[in-house]
Design a protein around this ligand. Structure first.
Ligand code: PBG
Length: 315
């Protein structure tokens, strides 16, 4: 009877699984602060995608772990023809044309400063960063990406990316904007995974102040006008009000990023025997759904899909 009166459901096809890539033909490097997640070599990545697709997961967002020696101030490796990330995207799309591949558009994995934009004299310079982000985006579109994920938070980047894509004929590539991305301490494990923490300063001059609500709406209006196809709120759990606000006020699909720290804290408590991981995971994901998220990016995608297959979730 409870299932007859249940108001919200979460389908596996609404999930996007984040995966970390190592520059290697074969690797499975554990990430200490993200138990159960790995930097995957090409072979393991293809296998992970195949197994996930068998469970009904169809969407993936890929993040590259880049060697320190390949990083520079201008993130030039991000659009180099040598970039292993671009080669990997190509092989994923060749092998699984029906999988949705989303990229990360930001300088931090490639930047010797560890910032999402270009640093000059200790300042993140917005407009010169846009040129670099556009080059990166075009290279990703050429490699076959379906959805660009600008996570950099530079002003005006959605419009700049849309214009650059269209000018190069990539009219079918869509953009999931990190619309309301807060300057959050919950990204810690992700930065460990990619060794991409800022070398100096913090990200507060471009990521949002956790105290702000109206600014999220302003960012959403700009992204809509600039041509975004999806709007994202990140992190999710401390920002359910923002998810709810955008879902109510905007007409585009709303995504929530269930970030690394949100995953890590439940994992850690579960490892101590203090929380039931599966129950807390489902409850958290349902909270995001109830707040209004149409799409959830979560490191639990595969676990959730496995539970659904086993019939756990709806009993
Ligand atoms: C980088 C980026 C970050 C995340 C996604 N893209 C980290 C950051 O902004 O420092 C965080 C994801 C997570 O914590 O799971 N632009």
């Amino acid at each position: 009877m409870r299932s007859l009166s249940r108001e919200h459901h979460l389908q596996v096809e609404q999930l996007i699984a984040p995966l970390f890539l190592a520059d290697s033909d074969s690797a499975k490097n554990p990430i200490a602060s993200l138990p159960g997640q790995f930097q995957l070599g090409r072979k393991e990545l293809l296998q992970e995608i195949e197994e996930s697709m068998e469970l009904g997961i169809r969407h993936f967002v890929l993040f590259p772990a880049v060697e320190e020696t390949l990083k520079d101030k201008r993130a030039s490796y991000s659009h180099s023809p040598e970039n292993f990330y671009l080669h990997t995207i190509r092989s994923v799309k060749e092998r699984f044309p029906e999988a949705t591949v989303m990229s990360d558009v930001a300088m931090d994995p490639y930047s010797s400063d560890g910032h999402d934009g270009l640093v000059e004299d200790g300042i993140i310079v917005n407009d010169p960063s846009l040129d670099i982000l556009c080059k990166m985006a075009i290279a990703q579109a050429e490699a076959g990406v379906d959805i660009l994920g600008p996570s950099d938070m530079m002003d005006g980047r959605v419009g700049a990316l849309r214009d650059a894509l269209d000018a190069e004929g990539h009219t079918e590539v869509s953009i999931m904007s990190y619309t309301a991305k807060y300057a959050s301490a919950f990204y810690g494990p992700f930065r460990d995974a990619l060794d991409s923490a800022p070398k100096a300063g913090d990200k507060k001059s471009y990521q949002m102040d956790p105290a702000n609500v109206t600014e999220a709406l302003r960012e959403a209006r700009l992204d809509e006008a600039e041509g975004a196809d999806f709007l994202m709120v990140k992190p999710a759990l401390a920002y359910l009000d923002i998810i709810h606000l955008l879902a109510r006020e905007c007409q585009l699909p709303i995504a929530a990023y269930n970030v690394s720290g949100e995953y890590a804290m439940i994992k850690a408590a579960a490892q101590k025997g203090w929380l039931d991981e599966n129950a807390c995971m489902v409850e958290s994901l349902m909270g995001m759904r109830r707040a209004g998220a149409d799409i959830i990016l979560t490191y639990w995608a595969r676990n959730y899909a496995t539970l659904v297959k086993e019939g756990y979730v709806y009993h």
